[in-house]
Design a protein around this ligand. Structure first.
Ligand code: PEP
Length: 249
């Protein structure tokens, strides 16, 4: 027993119109009122206000927030706006934002701190590219550990911060990391958290795996040491595909 409650989180990315809110209700029904695990859905911001009242058993979240309180940042959303819309959590540092929006580790740390300031819990994503992975396991472990330390916000605490290890080469590709690769990386990240934050916080903080998780591979991944849940993209878009992943946890 680790004492860490499993979290199964879905990331809808830029998918979902009001017509898909029925899937949110169906996922909330799956999660159940007395669930022994946590379930979260990171939705497009446009759906948060409509989804929050439908999903008392699921934490509704955003996919990013800006690091500033307010101001001249056209097109961005602040943590206060997302909290007011009904979000209880947010992703930060997803590899698609690191890649396409050029977000740095310092940006990610600032976003996480800003989200926490407004009462949102945070799932902070880290992960290596295929190029880094092909340089060998030790290089990959070192790269992701350094990325994690540089992305940790001030006052990081397991009560509100969860880490998601998502190898970039496994996201949306159907190529899932093997349980052995995941176990080795999560052990390295656990050691990194303990060193950076102390034993109590470092051992209490959840580390999720993400990257092509599906009903077929969820049980193996979720029963791997130091895997405290999953961050799921494509397979979280419908209750039918998400159900076996929730069940596996
Ligand atoms: C993700 O978006 O974080 C993700 C892991 O996507 P997928 O499950 O589709 O690989």
């Amino acid at each position: 027993m680790t004492g860490r409650r499993k979290l199964i989180a879905g990331n809808w990315k830029m998918n979902g119109l009001k017509g898909q809110l029925g899937e949110v209700s169906a996922i909330a029904a799956l999660a159940g009122p007395r669930s022994e695990i946590d379930v979260a859905l990171f939705l497009p911001a446009t759906l948060i206000a409509a989804a929050a009242p439908l999903a008392s058993t699921v934490l509704i979240g955003a996919q990013d927030c800006h690091q500033a309180e307010a101001g001249a940042f056209t097109g961005n959303l602040s943590a206060a706006m997302l909290a007011e819309a009904g979000a209880g959590c947010t992703l930060v540092g997803h590899s698609e934002r690191r890649q396409y929006q050029h977000e740095s580790n310092a940006d990610v740390a600032a976003k996480a701190a800003q989200a926490h300031k407004h009462g949102l819990s945070v799932v902070l994503c880290v992960g290596e590219t295929l190029d880094t992975r092909e340089q060998g396991d030790e290089i990959a472990h070192g790269f992701v550990s350094d990325q994690l330390v540089a992305s940790l916000p001030e006052g990081a605490d397991a009560g509100w911060l969860t880490i998601a290890y998502e190898p970039v080469w496994a996201i949306g590709t159907g190529k899932v990391a093997s349980p052995a690769q995941v176990a080795a990386m999560h052990a390295a990240l656990r050691a990194t958290l303990v060193k950076a934050l102390g034993a109590a916080t470092g051992n209490a903080m959840r580390i999720l795996y993400g990257g092509s998780v599906s009903g077929d591979n969820a049980a193996d991944l979720l029963h791997t040491d130091n895997v405290d849940g999953a961050l799921v993209g494509g397979a979280s878009l419908t209750a039918e595909k998400f159900a076996p992943i929730i069940a596996a946890a």
